[in-house]
Design a protein around this ligand. Structure first.
Ligand code: PLP
Length: 398
């Protein structure tokens, strides 16, 4: 037997891990309602027409070659325009890097920052690749608390306590996956102040930036005066093109503190050649084109968010915060005596009610005794899922 690397074997991704037992049930002909993966394209959401046309046109017109490692100049300019409009940031195309979606941006940034034993402050709970990829690059995910009763806002005092001499950056996911939290402006400011005090850069994941229900997203990139901020975004959520695998990141670095890190990341970018060329043409159309489709999509999402929130508040044994952004809700299991863990709970729901959630502990320490539900499907599907879940809970708690 040839031994695999420990580094790779240590990687876990809870969102897809729970699919295996669901598949077993489906093999037996059981219909499982899957509410585990945040992919709008699996439901009634598609990228807008003008992006689809631009993608097809790029292929037909012969844009099927390798592009520059840092991205096409036109794409980098389109990012500058979009980000000036959204965040008022003063950047140039030279500050922008195009990637194979935010996932690759994370790999490049962590790869460019981390030596073994370094740590990055990541929210708890958080989207699993933050902990998984930090570990893969030899780092330690340093999970800071978020305050559930306060809509899962980051706990700045806890962040401060966790900073040590090996801390390399503070990561912020806002709006948040899995909690749906939208951070208040004063919280974003407090994070910047803390980062400034300890001379740390902020890494800001803004993939859900225009997907908010109450209030608007505030980027640390728009508020910083001296703290370096690396902002990541892409086509997967707000542009509904998960499968196109395209994203970008940019540096807001008024005092040029990241110049060496930029060089390191650029080296990594060159050895992976380039992001998809035709997808960048689609992205240019999306980033510079009309956004009216989003209004209609957000109307649907709001209706689904309101529905699932209402149903969950009526189900015994669970409680929940109301998500302010993204398309996830993260209820808390209040009645714990019947299960050994949140994973056992989620598997029990799967086997009994045939509804697939993701166990909260898969999102880190603070996710324990919670579970994540994706509310992308139409209300009829959510209604069936919630009715099955409600029956399950009433039976278990009787
Ligand atoms: N960042 C967050 C917070 C996410 O929730 C997701 C996907 O669910 C991603 C990044 C992945 O984005 P991409 O498809 O651009 O790799």
């Amino acid at each position: 037997m040839i031994r695999p690397s420990e580094r790779a074997m240590g990687v876990e991704y809870a969102i897809r891990d729970v699919v295996l037992p669901a598949r077993e049930l489906e093999k037996k002909g059981i219909k499982v309602i899957r509410l585990n993966i945040g992919d709008p394209g699996k439901y009634d959401f598609q990228p807008p027409e003008h992006m689809q046309e631009a993608y097809c046109r790029a292929i037909k017109e012969g844009h099927n070659y390798y592009g520059p490692s840092e991205g096409l100049p036109e794409m980098r300019e389109a990012v500058v325009q979009r980000e000036k409009r959204k965040n008022g940031v003063d950047i140039t195309p030279d500050d922008v890097r195009v990637t194979t979606a935010v996932t690759e941006a994370l790999q490049l940034i962590f790869g460019g920052l981390l030596d073994p034993g370094d740590n990055i402050l990541v929210p708890s709970p958080s989207y699993p690749p933050y902990t998984g990829l930090v570990k893969f690059y030899g780092g330690i995910p340093n999970e800071y608390d978020t305050i559930e009763e306060n809509g899962w806002q980051p706990d700045i005092d806890d962040m401060r306590k966790r900073i040590n001499e090996r801390t390399k950056a503070i990561a912020v996911i806002n709006p948040n996956n899995p909690t749906g939290a939208l951070y208040e402006k004063k919280t974003v400011k407090a994070i910047l102040d803390l980062a400034g005090e300890y001379d740390l850069p902020v890494i800001s994941d803004e993939i859900y930036d225009l997907m908010t229900y109450e209030g608007k997203h505030v980027s640390p990139g728009s508020l910083t005066k001296d703290v370096p901020v690396i902002v990541m975004n892409g086509l997967s959520k707000v542009y509904f093109a998960t499968g196109w695998r395209l994203g970008y990141f940019y540096y807001v670095d008024p005092e040029d503190k990241l110049s060496e890190v930029r060089e390191a990341i650029d080296k990594l970018m060159r050895i992976r050649i380039c992001p998809s060329t035709p997808a960048q043409f689609a992205a240019i159309a999306g980033l510079t084109g009309p956004m009216d489709y989003l209004e209609e999509y957000m109307k649907k999402l709001r209706e689904r968010r309101d529905y699932i929130y209402k149903r969950l508040t009526e189900i015994p044994g669970v409680s929940t915060q109301k998500p302010q952004g993204a398309f996830y809700i993260f209820p808390r299991i209040e009645e714990r005596s019947k299960w050994k863990s949140d994973k056992e709970f989620v598997l029990d729901v799967l086997h009994e009610a045939h509804v697939l959630f993701v166990h909260g502990s898969g999102f880190g320490r603070a996710g324990e005794w919670h579970f994540r539900i994706v509310f992308l499907p139409p209300v009829e599907i959510l209604e069936e899922a919630m009715s099955r879940f409600e029956e399950f809970m009433r039976k278990r708690l009787s």
